[in-house]
Design a protein around this ligand. Structure first.
Ligand SMILES: *Cc1c(COP(=O)(O)O)cnc(C)c1O
Length: 389
């Protein structure tokens, strides 16, 4: 039999990360002590209290059956209550919240709910690659909004041509941002809401990093805190980064009732919801969310400072992050992203993600994840120094 892939698979861009992984493995096989600052996956374990809640809930046979599509009413209501406590945003757990199997799942399914073939999704570049791919899977076309350093890595909404706006149905945004670690300004979010209203474009805000911040006086806000946001948008949130739960697959989407229901329609026909024991562990996570949170973010803060200050000392132009666990910087000596990434890998045994892995406007930049301990970060800086570029 001749098995052929669909065009949507054949047309996928070459997967850069797979290429880096292969090179990394080859070095490890040769005995090189590789320092991997590539993946953004917390090395800090999930808090004990959450694991205990899972253990307990897993014992209950009523949790072994199919969960409800929208997620347990008890968890949806906990999400609503967390939005109230954390952001002072009032939402109804029954109308404005759906539980996701990780926020990536929700982001990836969103275009299926809102995009017809030929429609456009406005996508930040550099950005999380799922926005683009999911748009294309739905038959839509991504329009790239450059995130430039001179604009604080926020898109210039006035620069989007009218003919594009006419065909645009949704706009993805993501703050605090991966990969640039930028925060959005109040002014930007307010303008985005006005823009959404004027052009009838649904805002899909990916808020995975609102709890990874380093300065109590510069706390990231939810998009839904802004006047009118509930009329024009929704927000994807995740327990992954906040509670070191990337492996658990639990997130939620909160926002406009009709928009949330659209995502619900898609999910009802594709999956059957997150394991209820995991959702009950999620209730524990959110109910006592401040427990241990600062200790965890202090670790990322210390590492981010260590790496960014270290890189600055050897002459690299670094944007000191205020949150997330990424350090985004301009490559030394004007090197192209792939050139620098290869050099790091081959000459220093260091894995970092070339900016172009996040889109064409990432060219000239590199992303390092501080999901490794201090010693390895110090060692990484010293190896880069020895490169003398
Ligand atoms: C990690 C990440 C996610 C996905 O988180 P999950 O809830 O684990 O699926 C979504 N968006 C961005 C920008 C991320 O970095």
């Amino acid at each position: 039999m001749n098995i052929s892939w669909a065009d949507r698979i054949n047309n996928l861009p070459p997967y850069l990360f797979a290429e880096i992984d292969a090179k990394k493995q080859a070095l490890i096989d040769k005995g090189v002590d590789v320092i991997d600052l590539g993946v953004g996956d917390p090395d800090i374990p999930t808090p004990e209290r959450i694991i205990k809640a899972l253990n307990l809930s897993a014992q209950n046979p009523s949790n072994h059956r199919y969960p409800s599509y929208a997620g347990m009413a008890s968890f949806r209501s906990e999400v609503a209550s967390w939005y109230k406590r954390r952001f002072d945003v009032t939402v109804d757990g029954d109308k404005n919240v759906i539980i996701l199997i990780g926020s990536k799942e929700g982001v990836a399914h969103a275009p299926l709910a809102f995009i017809n073939p030929g429609d456009i999704a406005l996508v930040p570049d550099p950005g999380y690659p799922v926005y683009n791919i999911a748009t294309e899977f739905a038959g839509g076309t991504p329009y790239l909004m450059p995130l430039l350093e001179e604009n604080g890595f926020m898109p210039d909404l006035n620069a989007i041509p009218n003919d594009i706006l006419k065909k645009s149905k949704i706009m993805f945004l993501n703050y605090p941002n991966n990969p640039t670690s930028a925060f959005a300004s109040d002014d930007f979010f307010n303008k985005a809401i006005e823009f959404a209203n004027k052009n009838n474009i649904l805002i899909c805000h990916d808020a995975a990093y609102t709890e990874v911040y380093f300065n109590e006086n510069n706390k990231p806000k939810s998009f839904l805190e802004y006047d009118g946001a509930l009329e024009v948008g929704l927000e994807f949130h995740s327990l992954s980064k906040t509670f070191s739960m990337t492996g658990w697959r639990l997130g939620h989407v909160v926002g406009n009732e009709k928009a949330v229901a659209g995502i619900g329609k898609v999910k009802t026909n594709i999956d059957s919801g997150a394991f209820q024991a995991v959702q009950e562990a999620g209730i524990e996570a959110l109910r006592n969310y401040e427990d241990g949170l600062q200790e965890r973010t202090e670790i990322y803060k210390k590492r981010s400072m260590l790496l960014s200050e270290g890189l600055k000392k050897i002459g690299i132009d670094v944007i000191t992050p205020e949150g997330t666990f990424y350090v985004w910087f301009k490559n030394p000596n004007g090197l192209k992203s792939s050139e620098f990434a290869n050099l790091l890998l081959e000459k220093s045994g260091i894995v970092m993600t070339p900016g172009t892995g996040f889109g064409i406007y990432g060219e000239g930049y590199t992303r390092a994840s501080v999901t490794l301990d201090d010693e390895q970060l110090i060692e990484a800086v010293s190896r880069i120094e020895k490169l003398a570029i």
